[in-house]
Ligand binder design. Structure first.
Ligand SMILES: Cc1ncc(COP(=O)(O)O)c(C=O)c1O
Length: 386
């Protein structure tokens, strides 16, 4: 390995949010307004996301994890229920399923997209199966048509963990618009951010149940009660939790959502430059975009085959970090291999395990300059020629 990057080169992080004056102005406006918690700005963010996706309703919440937990509570999932989901994902879905007492059943993934494989999901259906939770890996939507059909044929609920995929689509369907419910993340590293935040979208009848569950079980929001009737005059219709998005947070989200098409275009541009420049490096598999897909490019995810490439995944990550001052990330440690999950009985997941050992996410975000992109490309070529 040849150390080439001068020590003075600043560290290029794997991810960085793009926050501008618009977000600062909107937050300042909220701080001055006297209304900080869930209110007009959160409601506005719900409207713009709902209208852009063409879904029936949207509920702005404190995180994608909160949205998923609310989804499972809304559906009444609990002990004895099985829910099919991938293991090559973040722990949020399986954690929330276990929190409501339901059992995650992991199905294997497609080797090309790393999305849950419709055939593996079909094979995992039992009499106990109540729902399928798909996850749009890295912003490449799953086969939504196939999963909708599968769910309908078996009388199952379809939920989309669309944390990576706001602004992505497949066969004309926006990610998050096909499931009975879908959850988005506005965490700091996502395609748009509010710092922490999320959105639950989907069928009106379900969102109507989710809303009170996300505000202590109280029948209407404090904002709607405020000034209209005595704030002490409320009813708790169901034992709920506190998951609403504050207006301070929504104020970051409103301009971010306006910028999302431009953010996605820049991510796509970087991905195209990487793909042109890195194609042909031995043992390096670049991301696939299937026909009919508008990729969200949350991740530029590569696979490194240690039998062919000069270095394995961990060695590449270490050299990029220590020699070239470039951050990367891995998505994900398969959930079934995590300590808290080892007692869960899982059928073999060979594609998941093989992909997880080879997967690396390169920096790909709108705040990157062209010279940042060139730095990553040069570093990869240097590693492959050492
Ligand atoms: C696939 C997936 N689902 C859910 C989440 C949870 O999102 P949040 O941090 O907004 O709860 C993440 C976060 O990284 C994720 O990657």
């Amino acid at each position: 390995m040849t150390p080439t990057a001068p020590a003075s080169v600043p560290f290029l992080p794997w991810n960085q949010p793009s926050i501008g004056e618009e977000e600062i102005t909107e937050v300042t406006d909220t701080l001055r307004s006297g209304w900080l918690t869930y209110g007009p700005k959160a409601a506005r963010l719900e409207e713009v996301v709902r209208d852009a996706l063409g879904v029936q309703d949207a509920f702005a919440v404190s995180s994608c994890t909160a949205a998923l937990h609310l989804a499972f509570l809304t559906l009444g999932l609990g002990p004895g229920d099985e829910v099919i989901t991938p293991s090559l994902t973040f722990c949020a879905v399986p954690n929330a399923l276990l929190q409501v007492g339901a059992r995650p059943v992991f199905a294997d993934i497609e080797p090309t997209t790393l999305n849950i494989d419709p055939e593996a999901a079909t094979a995992a259906i039992t009499d106990q199966t109540k729902a399928i939770v798909v996850m749009h890996y890295g912003g490449h939507p799953c086969d939504l048509t196939a999963f909708r059909k599968l769910a309908d044929e078996h009388g199952l609920i379809l939920i989309e963990d669309a944390a990576h995929a706001l602004h992505a689509s497949r066969d004309g369907h926006r990610a998050g618009s096909v499931g009975d419910l879908a959850a988005f993340s506005f965490y700091a590293n996502k395609v748009m951010t509010t710092g922490e935040g999320g959105m639950l979208v989907g069928r009106t009848d379900l969102i109507r149940v989710a809303r009170p569950l996300g505000r202590h079980g109280i029948d209407s929001s404090a904002w709607r009660r405020h000034g209209q009737r005595n704030t002490a005059d409320y009813e708790v219709t169901v034992p709920g939790l506190k998951y609403v998005m504050p207006d301070v947070t929504a104020s970051i989200g409103l301009p971010q959502f306006t910028k999302l098409p431009a953010f996605t275009a820049r991510r796509g541009e970087i991905a195209a430059v990487y793909t042109a420049a890195l194609a042909g490096l031995p043992g390096l598999t670049l991301p696939t975009t299937l026909p009919g897909v508008e990729h969200g490019w949350f991740l530029y995810s590569v696979l490194i085959d240690p039998a062919i490439a000069p270095l394995d995944r961990n060695q590449v990550a270490q050299a990029l970090r220590e020699v070239h001052q470039i951050g990367t990330s891995a998505h994900f440690k398969p959930v079934h291999t995590l300590t808290g999950y080892r007692s869960l009985i899982t059928s073999p997941l060979p594609v998941t395990e093989a992909a997880a050992a080879q997967q690396l996410s390169l920096p790909c975000y709108p705040a990157m300059t062209d010279s940042d992109v060139d730095r990553v490309i040069t570093a990869m070529h240097t590693l492959w020629s050492s």
